[in-house]
Design a protein around this ligand. Structure first.
Ligand code: BTN
Length: 248
């Protein structure tokens, strides 16, 4: 499948982090929106909360520059919406590369789980300077999964999916473009609609680490901005904009 000509691709063998390289390109050159960085390996792959993202050959390390604002003149909320666009793109990719897979879920806001274990991580980083942009970074475990992570991890190959990283690149690039365009033309609600029914532990007790004190309560769903709604034990409702969900 040829890469859509709207992308500008930098395909690399080894790089520290594809997100860092995408940011460098976005800041230091006139790299257009949809500049894509794909590396076979990362020597300093990063996850959320500055965690390490193990990046040997065999998995997909994919980062895309999106120039902002896309919609409505506001950079920051749109960067948040790109998290959901990325999650929806990963879900579509997993369905394509591991057809018939059961137990696909999304741990809010954007970790994609297979059989309860993480198969992809998403790191969106925004630069709200004079020429605002976001980098959407996606690590998809295609052939290999680490075993020393805060959550159990898995890979597509372990679920009967492909172990071919080039196929994964093609599928993810096509799916992301679809959701990028949907975000622009129809807005974030339309993007999130494709994640309905996939939220892990909906209606169950979860723990959310969003500040100094962890919050524990029942996950009641998302509000109209994609924030997580939690019913605390004292009956009060809390909405969380940014946080890490843990299963209790
Ligand atoms: C997470 O779940 O904590 C997010 C992981 C994001 C990893 C990807 S791999 C491609 C891109 N480059 C990075 O350094 N990080 C992201």
């Amino acid at each position: 499948m040829p890469l859509d000509p709207r992308y500008t691709l930098a395909a690399l063998d080894t790089i520290g982090s594809t997100n860092d390289e995408a940011k460098r390109l976005a800041r230091q050159s006139d790299a257009p929106t949809l500049t894509l960085v794909w590396a076979r390996r990362q020597s300093a792959g990063r996850g959320r909360l500055e965690r390490r993202w193990m990046s040997p050959e065999g998995n997909l390390y994919w980062s895309c520059v999106v120039r902002l604002p896309l919609v409505g003149g506001q950079a920051a909320p749109v960067a948040g919406d790109l998290c959901f666009a990325a999650a929806a793109a990963v879900v579509a990719t997993v369905r394509r590369l591991a057809p018939g897979v059961a137990d696909l879920a999304v741990k809010w806001p954007n970790d994609v789980l297979l059989g309860g274990a993480k198969t992809a991580g998403i790191l969106v980083e925004a630069d709200n300077g004079a020429a605002p942009f976001a980098v959407v970074g996606i690590g998809l475990n295609v052939a290999w999964a680490p075993d020393d992570t805060p959550y159990p991890a898995t890979c597509l190959a372990a679920h009967g999916g492909t172990a071919d990283v080039a196929r994964a690149f093609d599928a993810l690039s096509a799916a992301f473009l679809h959701y990028h365009d949907l975000l622009i033309t129809a807005g974030p609600t339309a993007v999130r609609a494709d994640l309905d029914g996939l939220w892990a532990r909906l209606g169950e007790r979860i723990e959310v680490r969003a500040g100094a004190e962890p919050l524990v309560g029942v996950f009641e769903g998302l509000d109209s901005h994609g924030r997580l709604c939690l019913r605390l034990d004292n009956g009060r409702r809390r909405t969380v904009t940014v946080g890490d969900v843990f299963f209790v």
